[in-house]
Write a protein that binds this ligand. Structure first.
Ligand SMILES: Nc1ncnc2c1ncn2[C@@H]1O[C@H](COP(=O)(O)OP(=O)(O)O)[C@@H](O)[C@H]1O
Ligand SMILES: [Mg+2]
Length: 515
């Protein structure tokens, strides 16, 4: 799609060539009018009039009212008389109804175009939807896309300059670019409204940036097919160091201005692994750390819809994700929707195709975090190299990671640090525990203290008893865990730093980079 400069160049060339009908497709009539004023000042030898239902017929350049009656009928009548009397006159109509089909209005306009042609006049129509072919054939059409990030940055920058000295602005060039990126997909007027609303606080801080996505959500109203997840600040993930490290580089790419490069933004990551080890938590933590909104795509819900409905719903959901970009899009337990043979198999195949196509083709800054607890049923196409940027295996935490997780939840729930001796003891005792198992135990201890109205921490022996009472998932489902590890070997990169040494049967995972 052409941007403002390109559209202006095209319109300018049509007007110079005296094309009798120029149809400009846009949902931003005000922006198109501004653009046309630019064309008018470059082609000064001609006269220009604009009509809207609210303002009636006015001179495009001076803004002076030409006819008191604001109706379209009287504007068209004025155009008819003017075309007959003079050469090289242009009439711009911005909100004419009933142009999509053959109607009395569209036929009337077609007659006017023929009249204009005979006197080197032009009619310019600003329309949101395509016009009736009988009319469109008489001239040329050009779209004006929504403002690009560059244009938004310029517009927003202009507003900030206007408010210099009146409002305390912390934003620099980088924040301005970021704001423009977040707001991309909205109209210029909507972007201006958002910024003006934020400026009413008389302060514009760097920490206000995430608010922009909330405003954007409001502009889009009901989101289709994806759900906005409200983020809390404190998503802390213990362990998974290799994943964290890998994410650092993607964050740079997600936030950078890639428009001057041939790079494309990261697509996302597939997290496979043992239940309760931090896959879903990581999805939330990534969005929170990157300061991007998190949306959840409910694939299972989409698949459960009526035949034929699920495809259109998925398309809408993915379109919505592209529009709300930059964002993190979370597909939890992707196997539940995309499993081979899940649901009506024809539908599920088409959905997989549609999903993969989007994953491949979308250039929007949508970072997908897909998670899966059971990979055996996942379609092989999804796992092929190049679909996701990387696949990570999230194993049970090793002893370092368990210590970190224990510390984390002792501080969070029991408001105390672990002593080194107790740490050694509990780390050993919690072998085979998932992060979620550890959290559950510590939370249980804190809840008991709370209900007994005590702040006195139980003795080390009692604390240790709490841990020995737990039979973790990895023990009751040792075969499943072993099978998962075997599967991941050679396919995934371990999300943790060290190959797991947790003996639940099966081979420990070695650090293999998928080829
Ligand atoms: N590595 C971890 N660090 C900190 N907390 C964890 C970790 N893994 C699991 N938890 C705790 O267990 C809960 C459930 O984990 P979750 O991320 O939902 O597991 P899954 O891997 O099955 O998606 C988390 O919300 C968090 O409270
Ligand atoms: Mg999960």
């Amino acid at each position: 799609m052409p941007d403002l400069i390109e559209t202006q160049r095209i319109v300018h060339s049509y007007l110079s060539a005296r094309v009798p009908l120029v149809v400009i497709r846009s949902i931003e009539p005000t922006r198109v009018m501004d653009m046309l004023r630019g064309c008018a000042s470059a082609l000064r030898s001609m006269a220009y009039y604009e009509h809207s239902r609210t303002e009636g017929l006015k001179d495009l350049v001076s803004g002076q009212t030409v006819v008191d009656d604001t109706s379209l009928a009287s504007a068209l009548e004025h155009a008819r008389v003017t075309f007959k009397a003079r050469n090289n006159v242009n009439f711009v109509f911005s909100d004419v109804e009933d142009l999509e089909q053959e109607s009395s209005t569209s036929r009337h306009l077609a007659e006017m175009v023929r009249l204009a042609e005979s006197r080197s006049g032009s009619i310019v129509l600003i329309v949101a939807r395509p016009v009736w072919s009988g009319l469109a054939r008489l001239g040329m059409s050009v779209p004006l896309d929504l403002p690009s990030t560059d244009e938004l940055a310029t517009t927003l920058g202009g507003i900030l300059t206007d408010h210099q000295g009146v409002v305390e602005v912390e934003w620099g060039h980088r924040e301005l670019r970021q704001a423009a990126e977040i707001l991309s997909g909205v109209t210029e007027m909507e972007a201006v409204n958002v910024l003006m609303t934020m400026l009413t606080k008389r302060k514009l801080l760097n920490s206000d940036i995430p608010q922009l996505s909330e405003y954007k959500d409001r502009i889009f109203g009901e989101l289709t097919g994806i759900e906005r997840i409200q983020l809390r600040e404190d998503y802390r993930v213990g362990g998974l160091k290799q994943l964290q490290q890998w994410l650092v580089d993607r964050e740079t790419l997600m936030k950078a201005d890639l428009s001057q490069t041939s790079l494309h933004p990261p697509k996302g990551v597939l997290l496979v692994g043992v239940p309760g080890c931090g896959k879903s938590l990581s999805a939330k933590a990534i969005a929170a750390q990157w300061g991007l909104p998190l949306y959840r795509l409910d694939m299972a819900g989409i698949l459960g819809m009526y035949v034929g409905q699920s495809e259109s719903q998925l398309r809408e959901a993915l379109d919505t994700a592209d529009r709300v970009a930059p964002c993190v899009l979370w597909v939890d337990e992707i196997e539940k929707a995309l499993a081979n043979g899940g649901g009506d198999s024809g539908t599920s195949k088409r959905l997989i195709g549609q999903f993969l196509y989007w994953l491949q083709e979308s250039r929007a800054k949508v970072f997908m975090v897909a998670t899966s607890n059971d990979v055996t049923t996942l379609p092989p196409e999804l796992l092929r190299k190049g679909r996701f940027d990387e696949m990570f295996f999230v194993d049970l935490p090793d002893h370092h990671d368990r210590e970190e997780i224990l510390q984390m939840y002792f501080v969070k729930y029991l408001k105390t640090d672990l002593s080194p001796a107790l740490a050694t003891q509990l780390v050993a005792q919690s072998e085979g525990f998932s992060g979620s198992d550890i959290e559950a135990v510590v939370h249980g201890i804190a809840s008991r203290m709370f209900s007994r109205g005590t702040v006195q921490l139980p003795s080390d022996e009692e604390l240790s008893d709490w841990f020995s009472d737990v039979v973790p998932y990895s023990r009751t489902n040792a075969e499943d865990v072993a099978a998962l590890r075997a599967w991941a070997q050679g396919r995934c990169i371990p999300a943790g730093t060290t190959p797991s040494v947790v003996p639940v049967g099966g081979q420990p995972v070695r650090r293999v980079v998928i080829s």
